[in-house]
Design a protein around this ligand. Structure first.
Ligand code: AMP
Ligand code: MG
Length: 499
C-alpha cells in the first residue's frame, strides 16, 4: 500500500478517508461527539502515533487534546456510530451498537503488522442512538486500563487494536460511585465484529449481510475473492485467526473477561478491553471479570468460547455460504489450528527446539504443577529461562516461587532430562526463552497505582508504566519492582463490567 513515508502529520492534516461511512446508511448513524468540559491529556502512545505518521509532539497542543476529546472535529473525518448486535454471555442480546464509541474515519497505516489503513475511534465520546441505558461515557479508570493494555499487548506481539491517547475531563459520570470520565482513542484497521454480521442475520436482512461481507473481504481479505466460495473462505480465515489469537492469549495468561460476540474482531484482533486480567497465581478456572458469576469466560474456557463465537459467526454467514456442510467444514479448522499454535508457543516458552512424543506429558505435568502450587504465571516462565541444565543449585529464584519444592524438583528433573536430550545450551536457550516469556505484564495492581495517581491529576505513572510495558521482554533492571508479585492489597482488587 502507498502509505506516506513522512512521520510528521499534524492532527489536522491526517488524510482521512471514510470507507465505513461509504457503506449504506443502514450500517451507522452519523453524529458528532458530545463535548466535555476542560479536557486534558492523560496519556499518549508515541509508538501508536508513529503508526499513523502523527507527530507525537502534537499531543502537547491543547487544540489536539480538544480533538481527541471529541470537542473539535478533525478536518476530513465524518463521525459515526455503527450498529451491531451480539450474543452476551451465551444469550442472544439483540441490537447493541456503538453505544459510546464514535468512529472518526480511516487514515493511512505505517504498521507493518497491519498495513493499509487504520480507523480512529473515540471511546466514551457521548450518547449515540445505540447507547441504550448507558450514558455514552467511559470512566478514567477503564480508559487507562484499555490504553495500557492495548499497547502492552502490541508489544507482546499479540494482535490487538492500538490506543493512541486518553483524554480526561473532570465531568463526573455515575458508576458504583461518581467517577472521572475520559475518552480513549483507539486504532484498528476495522472495528467490525462478529456481532456486526449477526445483526443482519437475525434481522433477516441478507442484502446488508452481503454488503458487509463483501466490504470486509474486499478491504481486508482480498485474496479470498479467488476462492470458489469467498464467504466460506472468510469464515475459515476468521476461524483460523481467532484460534491463533486464543492460543496467544493462553500462552501469555491473558484473560479478556467479556468474550461476547460483539467483542470479537472480524480481523482476529483483541478488542474491547474491559474487565481483562493477566494470570498471576495460576488457576485454570480463574475468572477475571467479577460480573461473570458463572465463569463462562474463565481462563480455561477461552479457547472453547472462541470456537463457540466462530460458530455464531458461521451461523450468521450461512445465508451467504449456502450449505450448512460448508460452514461446518470452515469451522473444523479451529481445533487443529489452536492446538498447533499453542503447542508451538509452549515449545518456545519452554525453550525446546525439537518436538518429542513425550512433550505432551511434560507440558501436562507442568500445568498440573502450576495448578497445584498456584505459581505466578509470568514469573514462572521468566525464571524458567534462567535454569541451568547441569546446575540445579542455580535454581533458587525459580524454586522459591513454589510452596511445594519437591513437586517442583520432580518436574524440573524431567525438564532437565528433556533439555539434555536435545543438547540444549543454557545461554542460547535463555536468550530465546526471554524473548518469548515476558518479564513485565500489566498486572491489575500496577494499573491501579497508575489510575489512583491519575485520579489525583498525576499522570506520570501512566507514562512510566507504558514505557515499561513497551519493552516487556527486556530485563530493565532499573524497573525491577514492576515485575514483582502483587502486594497483599491487590487481592482485594475487583474488576467488573462497570466501565
Ligand atoms: P461491552 O461489553 O463493554 O463491550 O459493551 C456492550 C455494549 O454496551 C456495547 O454496545 C457498548 O457500546 C455498550 N455500552 C457499554 N457501556 C456503555 C455506556 N456507558 N454508554 C453507552 N453504551 C455503553
Ligand atoms: Mg464491546
Amino acid at each position: 500500500m502507498n502509505a506516506p513515508a513522512v512521520l510528521t502529520h499534524r492532527a489536522d492534516t491526517l488524510p482521512f478517508e471514510n470507507s465505513f461511512a461509504n457503506l449504506p446508511p443502514a450500517f451507522y448513524t452519523r453524529l458528532q461527539p458530545t463535548p466535555v468540559p476542560s479536557p486534558y491529556l492523560v496519556g499518549a502512545s508515541a509508538s501508536a502515533a508513529r503508526l499513523i505518521g502523527l507527530d507525537p509532539l502534537e499531543f502537547e497542543r491543547q487544540e489536539v487534546v480538544e480533538a481527541f476529546a471529541g470537542n473539535r472535529i478533525l478536518p476530513g473525518s465524518e463521525p459515526l456510530a455503527a450498529v451491531y448486535s451480539g450474543h452476551q454471555f451465551g444469550v442472544w442480546a439483540g441490537q447493541l451498537g456503538d453505544g459510546r464509541a464514535i468512529l472518526l474515519g480511516d487514515v493511512p497505516s505505517l504498521d507493518d503488522a497491519m498495513p493499509g489503513r487504520t480507523e480512529l475511534q473515540l471511546k466514551g465520546a457521548g450518547l449515540t442512538p445505540f447507547s441504550r441505558m448507558g450514558d455514552g461515557r467511559a470512566v478514567l479508570r477503564s480508559s487507562i486500563r484499555e490504553f495500557l493494555c492495548s499497547e502492552a499487548m502490541a508489544a507482546l506481539g499479540i494482535p490487538t487494536s492500538r490506543a493512541l491517547c486518553v483524554v480526561g475531563s473532570d465531568m463526573l459520570v455515575m458508576r458504583e460511585t461518581p467517577e472521572t470520565s475520559a475518552i480513549a482513542t483507539r486504532m484498528a484497521p476495522s472495528f467490525v465484529r462478529f456481532g456486526s454480521f449477526e445483526h443482519w442475520f437475525y434481522t433477516e436482512r441478507n442484502e446488508e449481510l452481503k454488503v458487509l461481507a463483501d466490504y470486509v473481504i474486499d478491504r481486508f481479505y482480498p485474496d479470498l475473492r479467488a476462492q470458489p466460495n469467498p464467504y466460506r473462505a472468510l469464515l475459515e480465515e476468521v476461524t483460523r485467526r481467532t484460534a491463533e489469537l486464543m492460543a496467544q492469549w493462553q500462552a501469555v495468561g491473558f484473560m479478556h473477561g467479556v468474550m461476547n460476540t460483539d467483542n470479537m474482531s472480524i480481523l482476529g484482533l483483541t478488542i474491547d478491553y474491559g474487565p481483562f486480567g493477566f494470570m498471576e497465581a495460576f488457576d485454570a478456572k480463574h475468572i477475571c471479570n467479577h460480573s461473570d458469576r458463572g465463569g463462562r469466560y474463565a481462563y480455561y474456557m477461552q479457547p472453547k468460547i472462541g470456537h463457540w463465537n466462530c460458530f455464531a459467526l458461521g451461523q450468521a454467514l450461512l445465508p451467504l455460504i449456502g450449505e450448512v456442510g460448508d460452514a461446518q467444514a470452515a469451522l473444523e479448522a479451529y481445533g487443529g489450528v489452536y492446538e498447533r499454535k499453542l503447542d508451538a508457543l509452549l515449545h518456545d516458552k519452554l525453550g525446546l527446539r525439537t518436538v518429542q512424543e513425550s512433550d505432551k506429558g511434560l507440558v501436562d505435568a507442568m500445568f498440573n504443577l502450576m495448578q497445584a502450587t498456584h505459581v505466578d504465571f509470568t514469573l514462572f516462565f521468566r525464571r524458567l529461562g534462567d535454569l541451568q541444565v547441569d546446575n540445579p543449585a542455580a535454581d533458587a529464584p525459580l524454586r522459591d516461587l513454589f510452596i511445594d519444592r519437591p513437586a517442583f524438583d520432580a518436574w524440573a528433573a524431567d525438564y532437565r532430562a528433556r533439555l539434555h536430550q536435545e543438547n540444549s545450551v543454557d545461554g542460547e536457550r535463555r536468550a530465546r526463552m526471554h524473548a518469548v516469556n515476558p518479564k513485565y505484564i500489566l498486572r491489575n495492581y500496577l494499573a491501579q497505582v497508575a489510575i489512583d495517581k491519575a485520579q489525583k491529576k498525576d499522570f506520570s505513572e501512566v507514562a512510566k508504566l507504558l514505557a515499561v510495558l513497551e519493552r516487556p521482554f527486556d530485563e530493565q533492571p532499573e524497573n525491577e519492582q514492576y515485575a514483582a508479585l502483587p502486594p497483599d492489597w491487590a487481592s482485594e482488587l475487583e474488576v467488573s463490567c462497570s466501565s
